[in-house]
Design a protein around this ligand. Structure first.
Ligand SMILES: Cc1cc2nc3c(=O)[nH]c(=O)nc-3n(C[C@H](O)[C@H](O)[C@H](O)COP(=O)(O)OP(=O)(O)OC[C@H]3O[C@@H](n4cnc5c(N)ncnc54)[C@H](O)[C@@H]3O)c2cc1C
Length: 361
């Protein structure tokens, strides 16, 4: 059987990746989607809104993260791969969806080669690695939120186990939120605890003012690290800063109620938000010369094409969603960027272009 060479390979099946895949297949492209949700704990950010309905995005009423992830999968599955004829040539269109954590992306001539781990890692089982080829790639792998270091045992092997207690409360109505814009409405006029340090966490406090003026910043044992102008405003706004280390969560089932502090005191709040930064899911781009910002988020042009250090578009390489620098980290934005990337990747595969474009190479 001839080796499959996809038109577009999409890395990630969140809203950005799903939209890129559907848009490209709608332009008659043969699309591969590789997503790590089942083979690793990197399930995508949308998944982590576990019990909070998504209200501000073009999705079904009452939908929560895990169901949203399933619906995106069904949407892509509605476009299976089929053959069609054009100009006497047999081609394929539709979406192949594969479980796979992309480990490495390489260019080989005009093609991209993707190396992916396609089975869940288990003790005693060899890593299952498969290779895929594609003419273009859309990176829609998003980022992982950094979770708070509370009841965290650095000795443990696996991330999920390390943060087991934190994850119990993550993304619930009364648990850890990571997006004040998304979940602030659940705590109108209630007391919010924001965990983080520096002027960075203050951004969350600025967002929180739309919902409440009862705000406490917890630094979990670190110096607050805020600049003098920020500190001045914090005092004027009567925002409390507590620098004591947190010993453990106080919770009931999946509801987080408060914390026991290292000095034995107990603090209770109505809502909890953590913003300790992010980890971009871009390890597979190691060795590539591409532009990124100080957080590691990808800088792309208006066609969502990635740029090299000389600001030249990298042929065939596009990106979309939360992984893009300077965009809002929200579902509707991810859909929009995904559509742009999927269409741009498709356009780049056209056999002929306008005379002006052809003259420009
Ligand atoms: C708790 C929480 C609540 C939120 N609530 C809202 C809300 O109410 N409204 C709103 O608009 N936004 C909300 N957001 C933000 C929203 O979830 C994100 O903006 C959106 O999911 C970004 O979409 P994305 O496709 O770019 O990335 P993601 O949804 O993060 O998807 C990334 C995909 O990439 C895959 N992946 C990662 N690494 C690899 C790899 N190496 N190989 C293969 N696949 C990989 C993952 O499995 C996943 O499929 C919330 C986020 C969180 C965490």
């Amino acid at each position: 059987m001839a080796e499959t060479i996809y038109d577009v390979a999409v890395i990630g099946a969140g809203p950005a990746g799903a939209q890129a895949a559907v848009s490209a297949s709608h332009q008659m492209r043969h699309v591969l989607v590789l997503h790590s949700g089942k083979v690793s704990f990197s399930r995508g950010r949308a998944y982590w809104s576990k019990s909070v309905e998504i209200e501000d995005a073009p999705v079904f009423p009452g939908i929560i993260g895990p169901n949203f992830a399933k619906e995106l999968m069904r949407w892509m599955e509605s476009r299976p791969v089929v053959d069609f004829m054009i100009g006497g040539e047999k081609r394929k269109t539709g979406i192949d969806i594969r479980d796979g954590l992309v480990l490495n992306l390489k260019r080989n001539g005009v093609l991209f080669e993707l190396e992916a781990s396609t089975k869940t890692l288990k003790r005693g089982r060899e890593v299952a690695v498969e290779h895929f080829k594609s003419r273009t790639v859309v990176v829609a792998a998003g980022f992982d939120d950094k979770w708070p270091d509370i009841e965290f045992e650095p000795g443990e092997e696996r991330l999920y186990k390390q943060y087991a207690t934190v994850f119990r409360y993550a993304g619930n109505r009364k648990g850890w939120h990571v997006c004040i814009r998304c979940d602030g409405h659940l705590h109108v006029n209630e007391h919010l605890a924001l965990l983080g340090v520096g002027d960075y966490i203050y951004e969350a406090a600025i967002g929180a003012q739309d919902f409440t003026d009862k705000i406490t910043i917890l630094t979990n044992g670190r110096p607050h690290g805020m600049s003098p102008p920020v500190l001045k405003q914090i005092r004027e706004r009567k925002i409390n800063i507590i620098e004591t280390k947190i010993k453990r969560h106080i919770g009931e089932k999946t509801d987080l109620l408060g914390f026991e502090m290292i000095d034995g005191s107990e603090l209770f709040f109505h809502g909890f938000l953590v913003d300790e930064g992010l980890i971009p899911n871009t390890k597979f781009l190691e060795g590539w010369d591409y532009q990124k910002d100080e957080e590691g988020l990808i800088i792309a042009n208006e066609d969502m094409q990635m740029l090299d250090s000389k600001e030249a578009p990298i042929p065939g390489l596009f990106a979309a969603g939360d992984i893009i620098s300077g965009e809002r980290n929200l579902i509707a934005t991810a859909f929009a960027l995904g559509q742009e990337a999927g269409l741009s990747a498709s356009d780049s595969l056209r056999r002929w272009h306008s005379p002006a474009e052809e003259a420009n190479g």
